[in-house]
Design a protein around this ligand. Structure first.
Ligand SMILES: Cc1cc2nc3c(=O)[nH]c(=O)nc-3n(C[C@H](O)[C@H](O)[C@H](O)COP(=O)(O)O)c2cc1C
Length: 355
């Protein structure tokens, strides 16, 4: 078996020591939405990865939909994240922050005073979500964003990208996957607008493209990647007939912006429908930057997909939760420890820094 996974590569101006990416993983340990020492320890324990992508982090008070997720829009958060980035760099790693605006996947009980649940259209996500103050609560009907809200939100992404560099991050991943705000614009189930931000493929990709452009203008496109989940069904996303065309157009636009990578979510290992092979191949052929594969990977499949040139890097999610030394274990062929889903989102060290 080849060992391409352990070979170095580049990402923009960065050198990466291997092709192993720690996938973005929400862990809900950021009390008060500010990164802390415990989080710095957790990330530095995993710095043997070629690249760490942090948990989803909100660029705005309006995007803090889940309990205890971090933000990156004020000075305390920049200081907290600086400890994380410094720790990872001291341990020889590289780290991007994932900017995740939750949009309608939210509840006011999780959000700071004065913030608003925003989405492209006033369509509530069905079901309930966890809040620390009141337990499980139904998702509210979001406010359909005005032109002013959209312009302000795009500016918040760009401001957060600047703060990411201030905090010492090597770059930013824009979360365009899994039914959060950017994906809410892409998808017809959540975007029923009739203005320039909805309807046609060109209109539905506009928000993703404008966010990418604004962040590129702020920190340079060679420090920005985007995660997308074509045919995803998480958080009420519904595939439609024009989905392949939409993602193909989005990739062309992101090429023009010059993004450094595209990160494809395929959650078929978690029960979601698979992303069709033609679309993956089309994205691979069209996109000029690096391609990160993700979803249900082990060593053999990672090497096989890299050797077949289906991607350049491979992200591992759940294996990194329960194996901080994942890189060494994969090298040695050591059996991996299974993660405990009961502690995925609970506060404190248990199931976080004690594996
Ligand atoms: C506990 C947990 C939290 C996650 N949080 C995020 C997140 O914040 N952002 C994101 O893009 N994906 C998130 N994901 C999805 C993972 O990045 C990854 O795509 C998924 O776990 C499949 O990869 P795996 O089979 O290697 O675990 C999360 C997954 C899990 C299990």
């Amino acid at each position: 078996m080849s060992n391409t996974l352990f070979t170095p590569t580049t990402l923009g101006k960065l050198q990466l020591k291997n092709r192993i990416v720690m996938a973005p993983l929400t862990r809900s340990r950021a009390i008060g939405n500010v990164p802390n020492e415990l989080m710095a320890k957790y990330y530095s324990m995993r710095a043997a990865a070629g690249l760490i992508i942090t948990e989803g982090t909100s660029p705005s008070p309006n995007g803090l939909g889940y309990a205890r997720i971090p933000g990156l829009f004020n000075d305390a958060q920049v200081q907290g994240w600086r400890r994380v980035a410094d720790g990872v760099h001291a341990a020889g790693g590289r780290i991007f922050v994932q900017l995740m605006h939750t949009g309608r996947v939210s509840h006011p009980a999780n959000m700071p005073a004065g913030s608003r649940v925003l989405a492209p259209s006033a369509l509530a996500l069905s079901g309930e979500m966890w809040t620390d103050s009141s337990g499980m609560q139904p998702h509210p009907v979001p406010v359909a964003m005005s032109e002013t809200d959209i312009a302000q939100t795009i500016a918040e992404y760009a401001g957060s990208a600047k703060r990411a560099i201030e905090a010492g991050f090597d770059g930013v991943e824009l979360h365009g996957a899994n039914g959060y705000l950017i994906d809410q614009f892409l998808n017809t189930a959540t975007n029923q607008r009739t203005d320039q931000w909805g309807g046609s493929v060109e209109n539905r990709i506009r928000f993703a493209v404008e966010v990418a452009k604004a962040c590129a203008a702020a920190i340079g496109a060679d420090r920005i990647g985007m995660r997308i989940s074509p045919h995803g069904v998480f958080n009420g996303a519904v595939p439609d007939a024009r989905m392949d065309e939409l993602y193909q157009r989005l990739i062309e636009e992101l090429n023009d912006v010059g993004l450094v990578y595209i990160h494809i979510v395929d959650h078929s290992s978690m029960g979601a429908p698979p992303v069709n092979a033609e679309l993956k191949a089309g994205i691979r052929a069209t996109f000029k930057g690096k391609y990160i594969l993700s979803g249900g990977y082990d060593l053999a499949r990672a090497n096989a997909d890299l050797d077949a040139n289906r991607g350049d890097l491979v992200a591992f999610g759940r294996p990194f939760i329960s194996n901080p030394d994942l890189v060494q274990k994969l090298k040695n062929g050591t059996v991996l420890t299974a993660p405990d889903p009961a502690t995925f989102y609970t506060p404190g060290e248990k199931g976080y820094t004690d594996y």
